[in-house]
Ligand binder design. Structure first.
Ligand code: HEC
Length: 710
């Protein structure tokens, strides 16, 4: 009894003392997310509402960055995707990995605090990407899920608060992008326009309850059903034929930037469904609001203005790349700007009050258009690029000069740091006719499929420092391969980026000089973040070879990473850190196995090749895996019919990220096995290589000739 009383007295004393020691928990709301000057936390996808991915912290700087060392690492057992931007609040890092499994990790110890699994595995998810970011708002986390759900968790406990389905169950929509929270609303879009019938939209939900607030459709539906609003009615005038039959596309799967000064959101919209404009909208037309920035009233979702970067898109030129806000002096006047570097290769500076284009210049190799006409704001396309009459070879291709890996703007240097890429695109619709064409699983895009291997030399990448006011390059640093990581810049004069060879680097923001580099043990595309806990500045980055753009055969495989053999991990650095990198396998290149006893039947091989279009996204073009999913040419599984059936048809590896294809027949599986054997045996002869090189040169000359002769 006495002991109990003593215990109670102790508890009371502790409760009284506690507030003296307790650090005020950060309230993450509109005020905090509008505060560009406070760099302690990294509470949102792009850190603050401006999405500059710039941190005002400077404890780690040009002078001392050489002392940056590992504080700790955390290896993850989740499947595939870790290409996500974490958030950090009050000394805890949150991120979603694999099948949108949310993790909370203590910064001080590197220990996992909790995990929340929304149980997506087994829902026939056939896309190769997971979450690219999550949101934090007033003590809760908001996460989109591959299967189209959006949920809220208590950030302290990881308990589910609410969950809602933002899509129709079983449709082609999926979520990879980070939700954005503002004014007590959670905004989410989705992807899916490359997978079949999809009509894109964004939806705002009440952050407290999960109740739907407003929804904005990006492309018009069937006029016979009536239009949701006037914007859809206007948009419908820019479409022709029966576009709604294929959904039209326009999915907003990434960029949605909230503007606290004007209480608006800017939505970056996606490509058409199908890609081929001629099949999607046979009578032509711009096809609003595909490949655009659309400004909406943040309270009502009402349309305010739009700027279309690629009218009548036909190349997968999404404008879903990040949208960055800044106030910058132009001609002596401070201007409220929006900066955007979409796939199509032009860097756009737009007045965000009016939506008026201020300037647009090429920031990489671009041949599909000559320039942007400043009076109309429209691209001046080069002849032949629409592949109406056959093949076209253009720069860039569908990978874009810039993709989802976010860029960063430093108000200190006035420069934008872009993860830039160079890779041409080959387009050929092989004479598909809008009168007879219809969308089927093996032909969703309406053009020749991705069947050929992409050689190592086909593409390149760089970290590009771009001056947005003068629209010119400040410096460029070549990065390995054709893809690279998202970017972070800091008041310490540094620019951080992870690369495909598995190195994490800090550059001098003024010159690009590499001031620091550390091995992560595996390549990454994920963007780093920085924040401060107990007065110490940390830098964190996720690493792992996954997250889209791993399908490009030999081009992706050159780095030597394979999903199974190499780690997925969270790395955290601090000045004078003392942790060491856990050992992992060195990079290696897989060797196909040829089973000489298998006889190839050209007809079955051809059928298998067609079916393989459903495997390309994960197992790589021409069955040359980029390292994300196993290389099927080197796998023993396809050599055995029962083993192949158990995995492909019965879903034996579903929990590991290999979807079930239970609609495939035994004959289909046999055809796929034939195709895989044919690929395993294939080595291009000298003459094959000459022919490929010649085709490339001939097509380049043809495009140039068309351009010169008009
Ligand atoms: C969404 C991505 C995705 C798609 C689409 C996909 N796979 Fe897979 N596949 C994977 C992953 C990931 C693994 C490895 C899982 C693991 O780690 O065990 C895998 C494993 C396999 C394996 C086992 C290989 C081995 O060595 O263990 C086979 C066989 C296979 N896939 C065949 C196919 C075929 C055939 C198709 C198309 C009909 C296909 N996959 C489509 C992701 C995918």
């Amino acid at each position: 009894m006495v002991q109990l009383i003593r215990l109670r007295a102790l508890l009371v004393a502790a409760a009284l003392l506690l507030p003296m020691f307790a650090v005020q928990a950060a309230e993450i709301d509109n005020v905090a997310l509008s505060n560009e000057a406070d760099g302690r936390d990294w509470p949102a996808y792009g850190r603050s509402f401006s999405e500059q991915r710039f941190s005002p912290l400077d404890q780690i700087n040009r002078q001392n960055v050489s002392r940056l060392k590992l504080a700790w690492t955390l290896d993850l057992d989740d499947v595939w995707n870790v290409s996500t931007a974490p958030v950090e609040v009050d000394g805890v890092i949150y991120f979603a990995a694999g099948y949108s499994v949310v993790h909370a990790v203590d910064v001080r110890s590197g220990r996992l605090l909790w995990k929340y699994d929304p149980h997506v595995a087994g829902k026939k998810m056939r896309m190769a990407w997971g979450s690219r970011g999550i949101a934090y708002w007033k003590g809760r986390l908001y996460t989109g899920v591959q299967d189209g759900r959006l949920f809220a968790l208590d950030a302290k406990t990881g308990q589910l608060v609410w969950e809602t389905q933002t899509t129709e169950p079983g449709d082609n929509r999926y979520i990879t992008g980070a939700p954005r929270v503002f004014n007590g609303k959670v905004l989410i879009g989705h992807g899916g326009a490359d997978f079949g019938h999809v009509r894109g939209y964004v939806t705002a939900y009440d952050a407290e309850t999960g109740q739907q607030d407003w929804r904005f459709y990006i492309v018009p539906g069937n006029p016979a059903d009536g239009f949701e609003n006037q914007a859809m009615e206007i948009a419908a005038k820019t479409w022709s034929g029966q576009w709604w039959k294929f959904g039209g596309g326009g999915t907003a799967w990434n960029a949605m930037t909230y503007d606290p000064e004007l209480n608006r959101v800017y939505i970056g919209t996606g490509n058409g469904s199908p890609w081929n404009h001629k099949l999607r909208s046979p009578g032509g037309g711009d096809n609003l609001f595909l490949c655009s920035i659309v400004a909406l009233d943040a309270d009502t979702g009402e349309y305010l203005w739009h700027y279309q970067t690629t009218p009548g898109e036909s190349w997968d030129f999404n404008s879903t790349m990040d949208i960055v806000l800044a106030t910058v002096e132009i001609d002596g006047k401070p201007r409220k700007l929006l900066m955007h570097a979409p796939k199509n290769g032009f860097f756009y500076v737009i007045d965000r009050e009016t939506g008026k284009l201020i300037s647009a210049e090429k920031f990489g190799k671009v041949t599909w258009a000559d320039h942007i006409d400043m009076s109309s704001g429209r691209p001046v396309e080069n002849p032949g690029v629409r592949y109406e009459d056959g093949e076209a070879l253009i720069w860039p291709g569908s990978a874009g000069v810039h993709n989802w890996q976010p860029m960063s703007f430093s108000p200190d240097t006035g420069l934008v740091y872009i993860p830039a890429h160079e890779l041409p695109g080959y387009y050929n619709d092989e004479g598909r006719d809008p009168k007879t064409w219809t969308m089927v699983p093996n032909d969703v895009l309406g053009l020749k499929g991705f069947f050929d291997d992409v050689p190592k030399s086909a593409g390149s990448s760089s970290l590009l420092a771009w001056d947005p006011v003068h629209q010119k390059k400040a410096w460029v640093y070549a990065t390995p391969g054709a893809t690279n990581g998202g970017v972070l810049s800091t008041h310490g004069g540094l620019v951080f980026q992870g690369d495909a060879d598995g190195n994490f680097k800090a550059h001098d923001a003024n010159t690009g000089e590499v001031l620091w580099s550390a091995s992560m043990g595996v390549g990454t595309q994920a963007p780093p973040i920085t924040y401060s806990v107990d007065g110490k500045q940390y830098v964190s980055v996720l690493a792992g070879w996954a997250g889209g753009q791993m399908l490009l055969g030999s081009l992706s495989a050159q780095h030597g990473w394979t999903g199974r053999d190499h780690p997925r991990r969270l790395l955290t650095y601090v000045l004078d850190g003392t942790a060491t990198l856990p050992p992992s396998a060195p990079p290696s290149i897989v060797k196909p196995i040829d089973d000489a006893s298998v006889e190839l039947d050209p007809q079955r091989v051809a059928k298998g090749r067609e079916l393989y279009s459903q495997c390309v996204i994960c197992h790589g073009v021409s069955a040359v895996a980029g390292g994300f999913a196993p290389d099927l040419r080197a796998s023993p599984i396809p050599l055995s019919s029962p083993a192949f059936k158990a995995i492909v048809q019965a879903g034996g590896l579903e929990a590991r990220g290999m979807p079930k294809f239970d609609e495939l027949s035994d004959q289909d599986l046999d055809a796929l096995r034939q195709y895989i054997r044919e690929r395993a045996r294939y080595t291009p002869s000298f003459w094959d290589q000459v022919r490929t090189a010649w085709n490339f040169i001939a097509l380049t000359i043809k495009m140039k000739w068309l351009q010169l002769t008009g």
